[in-house]
Design a protein around this ligand. Structure first.
Ligand code: NAD
Length: 433
């Protein structure tokens, strides 16, 4: 099957590369010429475990190519939209990139086509896409909503072993083409969930909002645990082992970030306001997430002392919004860094993959040093702050942590072994434990 990916970012690149690996002939389009040039040479624009190898293999076997030309991309049977849909200041999803892309498609389309939307889009957007292109070209469009559920950091794994594939479509032909697209995965039929287009659009927001709600729920319990001298790890075990609840997304920490949860919750609140529905639930989820950030920040200030802060330096572990990715968009770590830079002497930053990406967002600060490894400059810092739970941080070399001047560790993800750290004579500050 010949397919085109429109928008070759995190979702587009992973999807395009993996569809090529399944045997399809894939053209990935992006407006960013530099990105397309390096991707054509097999250089990935993102860090995603397993992706590099599949990318190179499929460029070599000529199943995968890259272009900035809509004329070329519009020649295939199926267009898959993976354009970014960030939040506007109002919380409403910004569809301007998507709309620009639709203009280019309708300009260069030469036949009837299937358009699949993987981007997370507000309810009604797929119908808008159909109307827009049919009104501005002479071709018929079959629209299909196929929201993407991949998780950055294990996106390749998620592509090949999806929990489910949600397909919102209106015609038999759309169903058939989606079956053909995913057939090489060899999935059992129960994995395919067919529904109305609007239901598929809302399913994506509902899914992300549920996970964000779970995180805010456990964070709220961790706030109570902090005051009650209870331990959030024990509580997690106690509730997570109930199969109706489950263990996932029950880790207390300094809050969720990234390019999806915050924007999708905002979008859902925005729909509720638009439909004049009470929006208290998701507003509280957002509020708790924000509280949690400041609770962690306050723990740092209280332990170091407001007066000593200006003379103190910190080592920060983790810059990406989650482990195993170099994505720093809406990263909580960067939010904390921005808040601290003005108040402290110096910050030493380390991340296994996201240093280059962080430069762009932190270039205005002069009191920042990027470290070559997790322990470089440890002796210059008063305390360590862990912001992202990369595996390499979870079993630290305790001896090296001894060089911290104040012997204090702030664990924003609750992943360090508190007992081991306390035993080593280092103070430990987690959330709810
Ligand atoms: P991204 O910013 O990484 O990628 C979007 C790409 O689209 C960029 O490379 C950009 O240059 C390109 N683009 C923008 N306008 C264009 C145009 N007019 N023509 C051609 N290319 C254009 O975004 P992403 O993280 O891949 O997310 C894409 C969509 O998928 C969003 O709606 C997001 O909410 C959703 N989503 C993301 C994830 C994730 O983990 N990142 C997971 C599930 C769903």
């Amino acid at each position: 099957m010949k397919i085109s990916i429109i928008g070759t970012g995190y979702v587009g690149l992973v999807s395009g590369t993996c569809f090529a690996d399944l045997g399809h002939s894939v053209i990935c389009l992006d407006k960013d010429k530099t990105k397309i040039k390096s991707l054509s040479q097999g250089e990935s624009s993102i860090y995603e475990p397993g992706l590099d190898e599949i990318l190179k293999r499929n460029i070599q076997n000529k199943r995968l190519s890259f272009t900035t030309s809509y004329k070329i991309a519009c020649q295939t049977d199926l267009l898959i939209l993976c354009i970014d849909t960030p939040a506007k200041k109002t919380g409403e999803p910004n569809l301007s990139n998507l709309k620009l892309s639709l203009k280019s498609i309708s300009r260069d389309l030469k036949k009837d086509i299937f358009i699949v939307t993987k981007s997370t889009v507000p309810i009604g957007t797929n119908q808008y896409i159909k109307n827009f292109i049919e009104n501005s070209s002479s071709f018929k469009i079959n629209i299909i909503s196929n929201p993407e559920f991949l998780k950055e950091g294990c996106a390749v794994q998620d592509f090949f072993f999806p929990s489910r594939i949600v397909i919102g479509c209106e015609s038999k032909a759309s169903r058939e083409i989606m079956k053909e697209l995913y057939a090489p995965l060899g999935l059992p039929s129960q994995k395919f969930i067919y529904m109305k287009v609007q239901s598929a659009e809302l399913t994506k927001y509902a899914s992300n909002s549920f996970l964000a709600t779970k995180i805010s729920f456990i964070n709220k319990i961790s706030q109570i645990a902090d005051h009650a001298n209870a331990d959030i790890h024990e509580i997690k075990k106690g509730i997570g082992s109930d199969s109706r609840i489950g263990n996932e997304f029950l880790n207390a920490g300094l809050g969720y970030g990234g390019s999806c949860f915050p924007k999708d919750i905002k979008a859902l609140i925005n729909f509720e306001k638009k439909f004049k529905i009470d929006h208290s639930l998701f507003s509280v989820v957002e509020e708790i997430n924000n509280q949690q950030f400041f609770i962690f920040y306050k723990k740092i200030i209280d332990a170091i002392g407001q007066k000593r802060l200006k003379r103190s330096s910190f080592m920060i572990w983790g810059l990406s919004f989650k482990p195993n990715t170099n994505d720093v968009r809406d990263s909580i770590a960067l939010r904390l860094i921005r808040l601290l830079t003005d108040q402290v002497k110096h910050l030493y930053l380390y991340d296994p993959e996201a240093i280059r990406e962080s430069h762009v967002y932190l270039s205005q600060y002069s009191n920042i040093t990027y470290c070559k490894n997790a322990y470089e400059h440890m002796q210059s810092a008063n305390a360590l702050i862990l912001c992202t739970e990369w595996p390499e941080f979870q079993n630290p070399e305790i001896k090296k942590l001894h060089s911290l001047k104040d012997k204090k560790i702030f664990d924003g993800r609750n992943v360090l072994n508190k007992e081991v750290i306390l035993k080593a004579g280092i103070e430990y500050f987690g959330l709810g434990s």
